[in-house]
Design a protein. Structure first.
Length: 274
C-alpha cells in the first residue's frame, strides 16, 4: 500500500494557508471585541449614563470600561471611573467594586469625591461579609473568616477619620458600631469554643483582645467573664478574682454572677467570690 507523503511544496502551501486563516480569525476577533471603535468619548459616556439610568449594569460596565481604556485622560475619565465603581457594586461584583475604588483612591487621592470611593469600597466589603455576619450563630465558629467584614470596618473607620464632614460619615459611623459589636461578639464565640476545648490561655487572650480593640462594644462585659473563666481553668484564681472585681464594678447584673459570686459555664472549677 502506498503511503501518502506530502511534498515539501505542498507542506509549504498548507502552512501558508493555515497562517492566513489564523490571521483572518484574529482580525475577526479583534473587530468583535472592539465594538466601540469609532465612537466618540462623549457619545460613549452618554450611552453609559443611559444604561445606568435604565439599570442595565452589564451594558453600563462594558461602556465605562471602554471609556477607561480608550480615553484614560479624557474629559469624562474620572467620572467614568467613579460610575464604574457604582456599576460593579450594583451588579454585586464586590471584588471588582473594591478594586475599582482602590484604583480611584490611588490615582486621585485629593479628588473631591475620594470620600465616595472610600465609602463604596467599604460598602462592597460590607455586602461581601453579610452572610457571615447575619448567620454567625449558624456556622461552625472555628472555621469562620470575617476578612471582608474587617475590611469594611477599616474602610468606614478611615472614612470617618479622614473625612469627618463627609455626607457619608454618619452612615459609616452607624455601620462601624454594628460591625464592632458583631466582630467582638464573634471573638467571644471563638473564646467560648476555646473554653469548651480546654484552651484556657487562648480564651483569656481573646477576651483581652476584645477589651483592648473594641472597648466601646457591647461585648466587653462578656469578655471580662471569659477572662475570669479562662483564669479559673488555668488555676490562676488570684488573677481571676482581679478581673471578677472589674466585671462586678461594670456589670453587677451579669448573667454569670450571683450577687458577687461568679459561676463558670465550661470550666470544672468551683465558684469564685470577689
Amino acid at each position: 500500500m502506498r503511503v501518502f507523503r506530502p511534498t515539501a511544496r505542498l507542506a509549504a502551501l498548507l502552512l501558508a494557508s493555515g497562517l492566513l486563516m489564523g490571521c483572518a480569525s484574529s482580525g475577526s476577533t479583534d473587530e468583535e471585541e472592539d465594538e466601540f471603535a469609532g465612537i466618540a468619548e462623549r457619545e460613549l459616556y452618554e450611552e453609559a449614563r443611559s444604561s445606568l439610568e435604565r439599570r442595565n449594569f452589564t451594558s453600563a460596565i462594558n461602556r465605562l470600561e471602554a471609556l477607561d481604556t480608550r480615553f484614560p485622560f479624557g474629559n469624562h475619565a474620572e467620572q467614568a471611573q467613579l460610575e464604574l465603581i457604582y456599576a460593579y457594586y450594583e451588579s454585586s461584583d464586590w471584588e471588582a467594586a473594591r478594586a475599582a475604588a482602590s484604583r480611584f483612591i490611588r490615582l486621585h487621592p485629593s479628588h473631591p469625591q475620594a470620600d465616595y470611593a472610600l465609602y463604596m469600597r467599604g460598602l462592597a466589603s460590607w455586602q461581601a461579609g453579610r452572610f457571615s455576619l447575619e448567620r454567625l450563630k449558624l456556622i461552625d465558629i472555628s472555621k469562620r473568616d470575617l476578612g471582608a467584614s474587617r475590611d469594611a470596618y477599616t474602610d468606614f473607620s478611615e472614612l470617618v477619620r479622614l473625612y469627618p464632614n463627609s455626607e457619608y460619615a454618619p452612615d459609616a459611623q452607624q455601620r462601624i458600631v454594628y460591625l464592632r459589636n458583631l466582630m467582638s461578639r464573634h471573638e467571644l464565640h471563638v473564646a467560648d469554643y476555646y473554653l469548651r476545648r480546654g484552651a484556657y490561655l487562648a480564651a483569656v487572650e481573646r477576651g483581652r483582645w476584645v477589651i483592648e480593640n473594641y472597648p466601646e462594644s457591647e461585648a466587653t462585659r462578656d469578655a471580662l467573664a471569659t477572662m475570669v473563666e479562662g483564669y479559673l481553668g488555668l488555676e490562676m484564681r488570684d488573677r481571676a478574682r482581679e478581673v471578677l472585681e472589674v466585671l462586678i464594678e461594670n456589670d453587677p447584673d451579669h448573667g454569670q454572677l450571683r450577687d458577687r459570686t461568679f459561676e463558670p459555664r465550661h470550666v470544672r472549677a468551683q465558684s469564685l467570690s470577689a
